[in-house]
Design a protein around this ligand. Structure first.
Ligand SMILES: Cc1ncc(COP(=O)(O)O)c(C=O)c1O
Length: 422
């Protein structure tokens, strides 16, 4: 039988792109990534939105190496380990110890969303409301592609094809409080949780203040738990350590992943409020969630080192300063590039909405072509909704940002020229 392709089957790439050296990375340092075709490109994506402090942070590498040498592998499955204890305490400290008390380690954003669905359902069962099983997400949201996270993901990425069970999931549009209110008036007593991204990653759409206020009010009125999926917004991506620290009241559960180890380990964590955790402790209840690779020494050492580095470097301040520069650069791009319809997002989490050469919103099928044109111009950017997303590392210099914007401009112009000729 002839091979169906090279041995590596990469995620979410069409088969005709598999095996391309242009898309195969070799090494990374600072804010630059080297590819197998010999090119070095400016990273405008912070890896997969996770290398918030750039590539090759020495303190994180050193702490990880030490943990590997001294402890190799230890777990949190029917055992504890001192690395995980220390990382959990540090996470509670950055999230806010007055509200949060406990941490469950996981290995990916999707798996942490799976765990969260179990926690909220068991919490209600322990609180005398076992009928509360429905989990509400937002249309257009992304919570991963594991079966639980996939069910909650509010865009169609093939849930039906894969038989993802969404019978206990509902979706409502973001920033439309009336829709959530309507759902609650019908099903409120059956809802276990509402899970939201403070900034929806797929479109870089921030939840507005009125919507956050409505979420908090409806939580009081209907008794569901509020979960913030801060997988992407955490670790200073939008300014504060966590985006929900800007909310008037915190969520009941906070999920963190991407920036947690600065992208160096398969790590995620669910940070649980005192109140939710107490329901389990008071009842002597065991949560049926555990992952072999969760809370290992190397992961937890990386978490501790990342938090330490973020404090040492004042990552919140860096994020705010870069965000202000992005405001200026993106306003200039919007005013002088004919393909740019507008920009959305918050902090260092931005999306550029584009127009096609015909003046209509850029069709989604054209987005890979634009991303490729910007790559040819020298920078890596992500697919966005009708455009591209920018997630620069918080460590970007002003010159790095100017270079990124120059690559975006050149790429857009090259794409436009080629689209007109086609
Ligand atoms: C908000 C959010 N939740 C969950 C996920 C899934 O994380 P993972 O790819 O680690 O499963 C992502 C990934 O982009 C995300 O942005």
């Amino acid at each position: 039988m002839t091979p169906a392709g090279p041995p590596l089957w990469p995620a979410l790439l069409p088969p005709d792109s598999h095996g391309s050296d242009e898309l195969c990375t070799v090494s990374a340092k600072g804010v630059r990534v080297r590819f197998a075709d010999g090119r070095e490109l400016l990273c405008g994506t912070s890896g997969l939105w996770n290398t918030n402090l750039g590539y090759g942070n020495e303190a994180i590498a050193e702490a990880s190496a030490r943990a590997l040498r001294e402890a190799s592998y230890l777990n949190v499955f029917r055992y504890e380990n001192v690395y995980a204890r220390e990382a959990a305490a540090a996470l509670v400290e950055v999230c806010g110890p007055e509200h949060y008390g406990r941490v469950i380690f996981s290995t990916s954003g999707g798996a942490a969303n799976d765990a969260t669905t179990k926690i909220v359902r068991q919490y209600h069962a322990l609180s005398g409301a076992p009928q509360r099983k429905i989990v509400v997400g937002l249309l257009g949201s992304y919570h991963g592609l594991t079966f639980g996270g996939f069910a909650l993901t509010g865009e169609d990425l093939g849930q039906r094809l894969y038989g993802v069970d969404q019978r206990l999931t509902r979706h409502v549009p973001p920033n439309e409080p009336a829709e959530l209110e309507r759902l609650m008036s019908r099903l409120g007593g059956q809802v276990a949780a509402v899970v939201v991204e403070p900034v929806l990653g797929s479109g870089a759409i921030p939840l507005d203040d009125a919507y956050v206020a409505a979420l908090l009010r409806l939580r009081r009125e209907h008794g569901f738990l509020l979960v913030a999926d801060e997988v992407a917004t955490g670790f200073c991506r939008t300014g504060s350590f966590f985006a929900t620290q800007e909310w008037p009241e915190p969520p009941d559960l906070l999920i963190t992943s991407k920036g947690l180890t600065n992208g160096t380990s398969a790590a995620a964590a669910v940070v649980v409020s005192h109140e939710v955790a107490s329901a389990f402790t008071d009842a002597g209840a065991v949560l049926a969630h555990g992952e072999t690779q969760a809370g290992t020494p190397v992961t937890c050492a990386a978490i501790l080192a990342t938090i330490k580095e973020m404090r040492r470097l004042d990552a919140e301040g860096m994020s705010r300063r870069l965000s202000a520069l992005l405001d200026v650069e993106l306003a200039a791009l919007e005013s002088d590039h004919p393909l740019v319809a507008g920009t959305v997002g918050r902090g260092c989490f931005r999306s550029i909405r584009l127009l096609g050469p015909d003046g209509a919103p850029l069709p989604q099928t054209e987005v890979p072509g634009v991303v490729a044109a910007i790559r040819r111009a020298g920078a890596i950017v992500h697919y966005g909704v009708n455009g591209v997303q920018l997630f620069p590392a918080l460590t970007y210099s002003e010159a790095d940002l100017r270079e990124l914007m120059e690559c975006v401009r050149k790429g857009l112009s090259a794409y436009a020229a080629q689209a007109v000729c086609a």
